[in-house]
Write a protein that binds this ligand. Sequence first.
Ligand SMILES: [Zn+2]
Ligand SMILES: [Zn+2]
Length: 313
Amino acid sequence: MNNNITSSRLALVAAVTMTAGASALPAQVKYDSTKTQIVFLGTGTPFPDPQRAGPSLAIVVNGASYIVDAGPGIVRRARQAAMSGVAALKQPNLKRVFITHLHSDHTLGLPDLMYTPWVIHRLDPLEVYGPPGIAAMVHHIQEAYKEDNDIRINGLERQDTTGNVINAHEVTGGIIYKDKNVTVTAFPVPHGSWKYSFGYKFQTADRTIVVSGDTRPSDNVSSACNGCDVLVHEVYTEQGYQQSDSSWRQYIRSFHTSTKELAEVATKGRARLLILTHQMWFGDSTDTETSMLAELHKLYRGRVVSAHDLDIF
Ligand SMILES: [Zn+2]
Ligand SMILES: [Zn+2]
């Protein structure tokens, strides 16, 4: 989502988002370390809602974590999850991230993920997968923190020189990662004028999970899901669209997916569970999480839930 919001719109989004956030629900499922699970680290948008950190989630399997996106707040949310018993999200285990695209709301937590776990003793490098441009972003962040790294390593902290190594992997689609726990496939999604924006599919021994990233409605998402266990998808309400002005309408139709459009994507993809994240409300005070779910229930017959930070599925 872009940050080019006028001040009046920002005020409107603020009012609405706070209303929606106030109805936070408890985690849907308790953590079970014997299964592949999804831990939502941030379900937000560029709007700095204190209840919704920037977009990020972790696929957790066999004690390992596979993070998607690095919105602001990610490392502190991971710490909260670890304190609740998700050992795979302890700081030394934060060592892989798959970035969907380079919008700031999805990457502002990247320097945090690069350096906070290192400072508190991640010894392994951080592996960063993402679209072309991710290597330059990582390089520039490294340059920005050069003095910090020098002082931590050569000063009295005597910090190690392995945990601050960041390996950037630029990918363009197909199977981009495989280990004993998971196979990760990247597929292109249409997100406005971005040349590269990806969704990711995670296949483990017990689950297939598809994460849409930011996208307008796309058959690529339905095809990637194809009967998947879980489809995690971004969404905005039709009500918000109807209550927006024409320039904003043009932007959201090109960059994002409405409830009505998502009902089609998830039906075509035969998702066994649809999880909403990066929820966007652009309308008045009646445009809420409740009305978002009501819009979907009218058009979509499958199971659907709206995620909150630290929910586990
Ligand atoms: Zn975006
Ligand atoms: Zn976004």
